[in-house]
Ligand binder design. Sequence first.
Ligand SMILES: [Zn+2]
Length: 107
Amino acid sequence: MADRKKKKEPQRKPFNVDMAEERIQRLFELAEKAYLQKPDLADRYVDIARRISMRHRVGIPGDLKKKVCKKCGSYLVPGENCRVRLDGSRILITCLKCGAVKRYPYK
Ligand SMILES: [Zn+2]
């Protein structure tokens, strides 16, 4: 019954990309502050940041990406809800909520 055709979306302008990146940065700053008092709220901010990045097709900067669990979307704080270990030339970040492990080359 529903009309399958979707409305044509207007072409994204670079301006929106700048805005999206700025908002993502800002949301991570908020998440960092919120985590201390309300970890759930930090997860919410991160979730919003991820949505923005998907909608506007901009990536989340590498250093911020490391702070989010890819599996459960938690905002990761070393020593709090994630474990950071060195394995040879790699960094292993284990999410203590869902157990997912992230690996990064260590320099
Ligand atoms: Zn997780």
